[in-house]
Design a protein around this ligand. Structure first.
Ligand SMILES: [Mg+2]
Length: 231
């Protein structure tokens, strides 16, 4: 282990290791099913309405708009709860599953993810990530002020594994918040750009952009072996 320049590799979760849209859509189906049974209405129709509203307006008021459209007198918070409590129908991206298998005997591995704690832990369990990870931090467990781009979860990882910041690498998809704290601390950063995702078209100033851009997590191997040659 001591021969590697990089000691620990830390990952973002949503849209880095799996497609968040799969989670979102499985939540939509739960809500459509609930409403369909309650109002004796076509679940397929409700589900396709939700997707249409999502595509037109994005997240935020989807269920309000749906209920207004059909005249359902519904507690929106209850629908949000159903959405959040959905058993996630998700699986790891193929490259994610492959790279974790390759890396996990050689490096310490971790996750730092934002999002509502119970929801994120449900996803982590559904994806079977605990078996690969030496440490998982759901920033929400520390409080909303410790979501990225807070430095705290990254410092916590350094504290946990020991070593210098430049022995750590963080891989994420969202330049708005994934890399700015790591860079300030001195961690290496890698941005994954996929064919699908909310941030694939976002490019920001230097402070926010990662050291490396990759299009498949399998490219990590090459980056790591180059760094290890230099180290
Ligand atoms: Mg993400």
């Amino acid at each position: 282990m001591g021969d590697y320049m990089i000691k620990a590799i830390l990952f973002d979760l949503d849209d880095t290791l799996y497609n968040e849209r799969d989670f979102v859509f499985s939540g939509f189906l739960e809500v459509a099913t609930y409403l369909g049974h309650k109002y004796d209405f076509s679940i397929d129709k409700l589900y396709s309405d939700i997707i249409d509203i999502f595509q037109e307006y994005g997240r935020g008021r989807i269920f309000n708009i749906l209920c207004e459209k059909h005249g359902f007198d519904e507690d929106i918070n209850r629908l949000v709860e159903i959405y959040r409590d959905t058993e996630p129908q998700i699986s790891l991206y193929e490259d994610a599953a492959a790279i974790l298998k390759k890396l996990y005997n050689k490096y310490k591995l971790g996750i730092i993810t934002d999002g509502k704690s119970s929801v994120q832990w449900n996803k982590i369990r559904a994806l079977g990530l605990e078996e690969y990870m030496d440490r998982i931090i759901v920033t929400d467990d520390y409080g909303p002020e410790f979501w990225k781009p807070s430095e705290k979860p990254f410092l916590e990882m350094i504290n946990y594994f020991g070593g210098e910041p430049d022995e750590f690498m963080y891989i994420g998809d969202n330049p708005n918040k994934d890399f700015v704290a790591c860079k300030r601390i001195g961690m290496g950063t890698v941005r994954i750009i996929r064919g699908i995702g909310d941030h694939m078209g976002t490019f920001l100033s230097r402070d926010y952009e990662a050291d490396y851009i990759i299009y498949s997590l399998l490219e990590l191997e090459k980056i790591l072996s180059n760094l290890n040659c230099k180290g």
